[in-house]
Ligand binder design. Structure first.
Ligand code: NAD
Ligand code: IPM
Ligand code: MN
Length: 345
């Protein structure tokens, strides 16, 4: 019986996870859940961001964490999100941020004349280093001479394991292309390492065409000709940025799912979007990213047929226009959840 840690977090995290949990209840009634009261509310109440024992419990006692979103305007430092979300990525060593970009229904694509088969790739975002480690510092803070340094950490092991994960996934899924994206023309040290590691890992996969694009060109190509991509591998920050762009071309940020993975270890699943304070509490957030994320979690737990069922149910909602207002619909969050449940039956 798989055990899932549930962390709704902040803002629309609560609203969308509620619908994701309804869907999980219908598709996988044998899962067991434990809810964790962490996020901005808790932090403001008692100063707790991440209790000392929780990360160890997730690692030892759970198969997966299902997370909504973290971020609240009342906590401008974002300290709780860093401790919880980045904390989990780093401490559970979830080095793969797996972010599929799949257009389920062409009507919601902002690009002209694109079919579902034209927007169908996966981004492997490095998730444990890069510009996210917090290494750096401030000097002469709040003076005219202030200096702020943010250092980008790239280790050979870290780069190699994410690049290898991308190629291995491509081979396993019958894909023929992997594109690595960096900014080696400007960033001479870290991204030169990416170039060398990419070439050497690519040599182990002769049947897969390895290509490279600088990240500025990648963003352009994702809009102009997304059909050229099957697998993209990139660093932590670039992966963050290009997957919001990916979300837009697959139909919107309300449809993008992600998994933070390290095969064999407890994983963390979350929609790509954030806590959306601008619409939180109104019951209008799109829950489909959270629903697709729940499906991805089931796939990871060894239940690909259930993942497919959920994807098909979401596709049915999109087809029938059972969508929230940012997609041009009139449905409320909970109504979209109910439409997914109807489609499952
Ligand atoms: P956001 O993704 O929360 O929102 C960006 C825009 O997209 C907003 O206009 C919002 O209304 C809309 N949107 C997002 N999700 C939606 C949904 N499901 N349905 C309909 N519309 C949706 O990004 P932001 O505004 O930059 O961030 C808000 C907070 O969330 C910040 O504190 C940020 O750090 C945090 N954040 C957290 C995560 C996470 O926990 N994984 C991810 C991204 C941002
Ligand atoms: C994401 C988010 C996070 C990130 C933030 C909340 C730190 O944008 O998961 O995409 O940048 O990784
Ligand atoms: Mn992001």
């Amino acid at each position: 019986m798989p055990r899932i840690a549930v962390l709704p977090g902040d803002g629309i995290g609560h609203e969308v996870l509620e619908q994701g949990l309804r869907v999980l209840g219908a598709v996988a009634p044998d899962l067991s859940f434990e809810h964790f009261d962490l996020g901005a509310e808790r932090y403001l109440r008692d100063g707790t961001t991440m209790p000392a024992d929780v990360m160890g419990r997730w690692r030892e006692e759970f198969d997966a964490v299902y997370l909504g979103a973290l971020g609240d305007p009342r906590v401008p430092s974002n300290v709780h999100a860093r401790d919880i979300l980045l904390g989990a990525r780093f401490q559970l060593d979830l080095y793969i941020n797996f972010r599929p970009v799949r257009l389920l229904d062409p009507r919601y694509c902002p690009l002209k004349d694109k079919r579902p088969e034209d927007v169908d790739f996966v981004v492997f975002r490095e998730n444990t280093e890069g510009l996210y480690t917090g290494i750096g510092g401030q000097f002469k803070r709040d003076t005219e001479d202030e200096v702020a340094i943010e250092q980008e950490m790239n280790t050979r092991k870290g780069v190699e394991r994410i690049v290898r994960a991308a190629f291995a996934w491509a081979r396993q899924h019958g894909k023929t292309k992997v594109c690595m994206s960096d900014k080696a023309n400007a960033m001479r040290h870290g991204h030169d390492l990416w170039q060398r590691v990419f070439k050497s890992v690519a040599a182990e996969y002769p049947e897969i065409k390895a290509s490279h694009l600088y990240v500025d060109v990648l963003t352009m190509q994702m809009v102009l000709a997304p059909e050229q991509f099957e697998v993209i591998v990139t660093n932590n920050l670039f992966g963050d940025i290009v997957t919001d762009l990916g979300a837009a071309i697959q139909g919107g940020i309300g449809l993008a799912a992600s998994g933070n993975l390290n095969p064999g270890k407890a994983a963390l699943f979350e929609p790509v979007h954030g806590s959306a304070p601008d619409i939180a509490g109104k019951g209008i957030a799109n829950p489909l990213a959270a629903v697709l994320t729940a499906g991805m979690m089931l796939g990871y737990l060894g239940r690909p047929a259930d993942e497919k069922r959920i994807q098909d149910a979401v596709a049915a909602c999109l087809r029938e226009g059972n969508v929230t207002r940012e997609l041009g619909g009139t449905r409320m969050t909970a109504e979209v959840g109910s439409a997914v449940l109807d489609a499952l039956r």
